[in-house]
Design a protein around this ligand. Structure first.
Ligand code: ADP
Ligand code: MN
Length: 258
C-alpha cells in the first residue's frame, strides 16, 4: 500500500511579517491573491507564523504544514476556483445552521470552511478524536497537526493492521460514529479509510475532513449515516469483521431514543 505522501520536514524559511512584501511570493502558483491576503490576516493575528510543505493536494482543498503559536498546525486551504464545489450545496442547503447562505460560490466555500471548524468542535465536545480546530478565516481552516516532526500520520487505508489492532480500531470507529450521532447530532457524511488518520504508535483512529458533516435535521442524514457505516464495514471485512450495517444502525437508534 502506498504510504502517505512525505511532507517537507522543515518549515520554509520565509516568514509572513507585516509589511514584508516578498514573504509568500514564492508560493504564488499555489495561493491566489485573496488567499494570500487571508494568510497575512491570520499571520497578523498571531495564529500562523509560517507556512511549510504541502501535505495533500485534494480535489477541493490543499493541506499544508504550518507553524502556529505553539508549534505545528495543519492549514487546509479550500480553493476558491474549485469546480467540484457545486456538490457542496447538497450538504449546506437543508442544514438549518446555514439558512442564510447565499448561493455565490465564494460564500458557500467560506460557509463550508466555517462549518468544518464548527463540526470539528462539536465532534470534539462529544468525545470523538478529531484534529483540534484552531481557527477558520474565509477559505482557510487551521487545526491541530496530526503527526510528528512535520510528518503526518498515515491514513487508515495505508496502515498495516494485525487482526487485534483492526478490531480495536473498528470498535473505536463505530463508537465515534455513535457519539457523533447520539451526542453531537452529527453524521460525518464522508467516512471511509481515506478520512481516518491513525496514530501509528498508539493505533488510535482520528476522524478528519468534516466539512460535509451534517446535522440530523438534514433530509439525507440517515442515508449518509448508513453509507458511512457501510464504508467502514466494507473496509474491515478483510479483517474478518462481518457485522450488518442495519444492526449497527438499529443499536445506535435505540441508544439515541433512550
Ligand atoms: P480533502 O480530502 O477534502 O482534500 P482532508 O481534510 O481529507 O481534505 O485532508 C487531505 C489530507 O491531508 C488527508 O488525507 C491527510 O493526509 C492530510 N491531513 C488533513 N488534515 C490533517 C491534519 N490535521 N494533520 C495532518 N494531516 C492532515
Ligand atoms: Mn479527505
Amino acid at each position: 500500500a502506498k504510504r502517505v505522501q512525505r511532507i517537507d520536514t522543515k518549515v520554509d524559511k520565509m516568514r509572513m511579517r507585516r509589511k514584508d512584501t516578498n514573504t509568500l511570493k514564492v508560493k504564488e502558483n499555489v495561493f491566489d491573491d485573496a488567499t494570500l491576503k487571508i494568510l497575512y490576516t491570520v499571520s497578523n493575528k498571531g495564529i500562523l507564523n509560517a507556512i511549510g510543505g504541502s501535505i495533500s493536494t485534494g480535489k477541493e482543498a490543499n493541506v499544508f504544514l504550518g507553524e502556529g503559536k505553539d508549534g505545528d498546525i495543519a492549514v487546509k486551504i479550500y480553493r476558491i476556483s474549485s469546480s467540484t464545489f457545486r456538490s457542496m450545496e447538497e450538504y449546506i442547503l437543508g442544514d438549518p445552521r446555514f439558512r442564510n447562505v447565499r448561493h455565490a460560490k465564494k460564500d458557500i466555500i467560506f460557509a463550508w470552511t466555517k462549518k468544518e471548524h464548527r463540526n470539528l468542535t462539536r465532534a470534539k465536545e462529544a468525545g470523538v478524536r478529531v484534529p483540534e480546530p484552531v481557527h477558520a478565516e474565509r477559505n482557510v481552516l487551521m487545526m491541530e497537526f496530526l503527526g510528528e516532526e512535520g510528518k503526518a500520520y498515515p491514513l487508515l487505508k495505508d496502515v498495516n493492521l494485525d487482526p487485534e489492532d483492526a478490531k480495536l480500531i473498528f470498535d473505536t470507529v463505530i463508537r465515534y460514529v455513535e457519539l457523533l450521532y447520539v451526542k453531537a447530532n452529527l453524521v460525518h457524511g464522508d467516512l471511509s479509510e481515506y478520512n481516518i488518520i491513525v496514530n501509528p504508535r498508539t493505533m488510535e483512529p482520528i476522524f478528519i475532513d468534516m466539512g460535509q458533516s451534517v446535522t440530523l435535521e438534514h433530509p439525507k442524514a440517515r442515508e449518509f449515516l448508513m453509507r458511512d457505516i457501510e464504508n467502514i464495514l466494507r473496509f474491515f471485512k478483510r479483517y474478518g469483521i462481518k457485522e450488518q450495517a442495519e444492526d449497527i444502525y438499529s443499536s445506535m437508534k435505540e441508544i439515541k431514543q433512550k
